[in-house]
Design a protein around this ligand. Sequence first.
Ligand code: ZN
Ligand code: ZN
Length: 458
Amino acid sequence: MGPKNKVTFTVLGGGGEVGANCFLLTIDGCQILLDCGTHPKKEGLDALPAFPLLARSPHALLVSHGHVDHCGATPYLHRMYPEVYTYATLPTVRIMDRMLHNSVAVMETIARERGVADYPLYDHEDVGFAMRRTHGHEFGVPFILDAPTPISVRFQDAGHVLGSASVLLQTDGHTLFYTGDICETDQELMGGYTPLPPGIEVDTLVIESTHGATNEADVLPYQKEALRLGRRVAEVLHRGGVALIPSFALGRTQEMLNVIARMQEEGIVPHVPVYASGLGRAIYELYARYEGYLGEHANLRPLDQFGRVGNVWERDIVDELMSRPCIIVATSGMMLENTPSALIAERMVAETHHGIFFVGYVDHETLGYKVLHAQPGDRLQFRLGGPATEVRLTNIGRFHFSAHAKRSTLCKLIERVGPRNVVFVHGDPDALEWMQDNVSNGYRHVTPAIGQTISLTE
Ligand SMILES: [Zn+2]
Ligand SMILES: [Zn+2]
């Protein structure tokens, strides 16, 4: 070990919440950002991390994966500090490019329809500039950051979505491991995370806490939940209906398409056409291009096996989709207004023989939550400024497929890594509380709030 450097950790977002993940690590005056997300529930400048806490340009940004709560503010950062460089895994670089251009389009639509001030936060040119400053690296291969203090970085497979990484950061005197979003169990396509190689002494572990409040006994294993979904889908198809599965574009869409395809091959789900919507298809192409990054068990079907949903703003297109039994996997996962899943559901809820099955997180302030809890006769608005539709459909369900580690796994991970400091981030308050209460004695643990700076070397 070399001389002790002074290392501090400041939360710009994702402290005490899931939020706009962004953490500033200062090592002897050298500033490194871990993730740079936008807040999924906030709009305009409020959706950004607390950038005013940055007194000057960071030396580098390390992005763990392509979900926007981890990378959505990257173009904004690059516009503020053009000299900064961003590092991510090779698949994540390509995923970011698609996700961020899509974010521009989404923000432009919101600005047009609801006049949200400050939107879009950045434009396509900003995304292009940010991507030219973003470098891709392989898992497990260390590289040195261009910073005044030599800092070695290594991405470890986190098993969450394609390209998702945990970040190991080593300097003379301090080693930090940031889990990012991490998953230990096999999904349909992703394999579990790759543990740290033995012999690395970690001083600080920054760990996600998504499932801190989830009682594991209440959640079925992935494959059992898949079977439960498959049976519900089959019921709908046998009745001549359409099954809609709203899904996040990155991760859940590709997983669900392959879950459905496998269950069709196994005879659990009838062989009807399966459709996928735009951004999910664009990301699917990257799953195919980087197939070697998926779990060893993965059997990624060719994308052309799944039909295109088409422009569902046109009612003829939706009518055509509804004309015979089929399965539709469409964004957004929480059925936000004006998205393909909402525009398709608008037509479906007026009839009783279809099925709508949510397969991911549904925030209680979203249209998806209202649909999930709708009673027959309720009237819901699926397009902003559009007319309300009376809900007659009752076959609406919720399934739990997680891409995050169980809380017992998070506890085991802490034990295995054995750090001096444990920093809990990326969780709702009740999740963070459970983690703090259940971490073993012997670790100095903190759950910093946004704006808080903690010293890691005292
Ligand atoms: Zn994620
Ligand atoms: Zn996340």
